[in-house]
Design a protein around this ligand. Structure first.
Ligand SMILES: C[S@@+](CC[C@H](N)C(=O)[O-])C[C@H]1O[C@@H](n2cnc3c(N)ncnc32)[C@H](O)[C@@H]1O
Length: 214
């Protein structure tokens, strides 16, 4: 599992950048039709299966949580960073946001119909992803849907010491999509769709999206 010191550094970094991150990314999805398509497919599938609680894991300032709500889902957000959660509550007062870690969720087994981890696993080394995927499987009910978004690459990590106008202490990992899909299958998920899209001009890597069902 990700070490306590690395989680502390991630939390402190996102506390520092929360307000600027929120402003910079507020409208980012508007220019990303393929990303919205994956969120839309996820929302439709959860809705077609009767709806139910959906959690945005590592929700940051809540922009994806709000997008899921706008797509008709009963969504709320959980994030490691109290600064991000405060920003999410300020920007989306009608939505629920809680501080927590997605590696040990304070949720009963099988209590969710859907879970999204939208670029929130990117600070977890690839060899440590297994317990996270197992936790997602535990909290989803049978038939529940999972959507992951991450940077595609060869498993390498990039050290970030400055981001969103602030000093930070973050490692950012790029995952091999097939390896993440393999982890999902080993945890008991069926992988229903995979998308790897080319990098947009402002991005350094292709971006990967996996839709899976418990
Ligand atoms: C790149 S940001 C993405 C935020 C949001 N999903 C979005 O797309 O705007 C990564 C987020 O994941 C959160 N995070 C990282 N590790 C986490 C963990 N173990 N549990 C919960 N949140 C975590 C960070 O605090 C940060 O807000």
């Amino acid at each position: 599992m990700t070490t306590a010191s690395s989680l502390r550094a991630t939390r402190a970094s996102y506390d520092t950048v929360a307000a600027d991150y929120a402003s910079l990314l507020a409208d980012e999805l508007a220019a990303k039709p393929l990303d919205r398509a994956m969120l839309g497919a996820f929302a439709e599938q959860v809705g077609a299966d009767g709806g139910g609680p959906v959690v945005d894991l590592g929700c940051g300032p809540g922009r994806v949580t709000a997008h899921l709500r706008d797509l008709g889902l009963s969504a709320y957000g959980i994030d490691l960073s109290p600064g991000m959660v405060a920003e999410a509550r300020r920007r989306h007062p009608g939505l629920r946001f809680e501080v927590g870690t997605m590696s040990a969720l304070d949720l009963a087994d099988g209590s969710l119909r859907g879970a999204v981890a939208w670029y929130s696993l990117v600070h977890t080394p690839p060899e440590e992803l297994g317990p996270y995927v197992a936790e997602f499987h535990r909290v989803l009910s049978p038939g529940g849907h999972l959507l992951l978004a991450f940077k595609a690459g060869g498993g390498e990590g990039v050290r970030l010491e400055h981001a969103y106008g602030h000093p930070v202490d973050l490692d950012v990992y790029r995952f091999v999509p097939e390896r993440v899909a393999g982890l999902l299958v080993r945890a008991g998920f069926e992988v229903r769709a995979r998308l790897v899209r080319a990098a947009d001009p402002a991005e350094r890597t292709p971006q990967a999206f996996l839709l899976a069902q418990r």
